[in-house]
Design a protein around this ligand. Sequence first.
Ligand code: GLN
Length: 302
Amino acid sequence: MLALLQDIYDEVEPMLGMGKVADYIPALSTVNPRQFGISICDTNGQITSIGDASVPFSIQSISKVFNLVLAINHYGETMWERVGCEPSGLPFNSLVQLEYENGIPRNPFINAGALVVSDMVQSRFASPYIAMRDFVRRLSCNGDIMVNKVVAESEYEHRSRNAAMAYLMKAYGNFENEVEDVLRNYFHNCALEMSCEDLARSTSFLANAGFSTCANEQVLTPYQTKQVNALLATSGMYDEAGSFAFKVGLPGKSGVGGGIVAVVPGRFSICVFSPALNSVGNSQLGVAALTSLSERINWSIY
Ligand code: GLN
């Protein structure tokens, strides 16, 4: 496994410097773009890593996966009345479909969908972001995982677009709590800092029919796990979901902090990190590394 990671690393590393770090969140604009790490976790929790795999980074939209799991645990199938399961084919922060579709977001992985899911979670927990932090600590066996408050605050200060979609959904009656409270919790979740190793470990339940070896916990049922992986495969990479399926063929979730998580059902969870992004907001080297992996060994689900 290490030899495989080394080959991928050597192939992709010359691309360091391509792409651009997210600067619409000012606190992320100063991140060093020349970082690159990969971790692969098998279903027994065995990790193989290379490069900057133990460096914590802002998980951003990867938090949408954990947020969704908390909501599924508390609402089951009823949650799908408030958020859809169709790909959007539009940028992650788009508002346009909301008005055509009565404030019901297309899926839980675009920002509008994650905000509705955060609203649901907010209705069930007194401290939603503490619940989330403790959840990822458990799943990754790392009690040191923290929220970067400077990043959370920076996003709150520049919240206009996310606030606009949340208030629009509120106008359609698809929001229960105070918008500003939900935004704060959503930004705290996005500002969690985890390494490739933490993320590979904490998503291994998606490769293991819902069971987390690390937490020794059935996180989702096998059926719910299949549903989440299907959503990841169709919507996890936003408007690059089609070409990611074409090139990589795995359920995946990206974040503008430069992380991408991918799942090989029944076998492995993978996390790749490199902060410079391509034009749709996915890690440039992350996509290249997963494409190289797919070219070298056939783990595609298709
Ligand atoms: N916190 C970011 C936002 O709301 C998450 C986006 C992302 O990672 N794609 O814009």
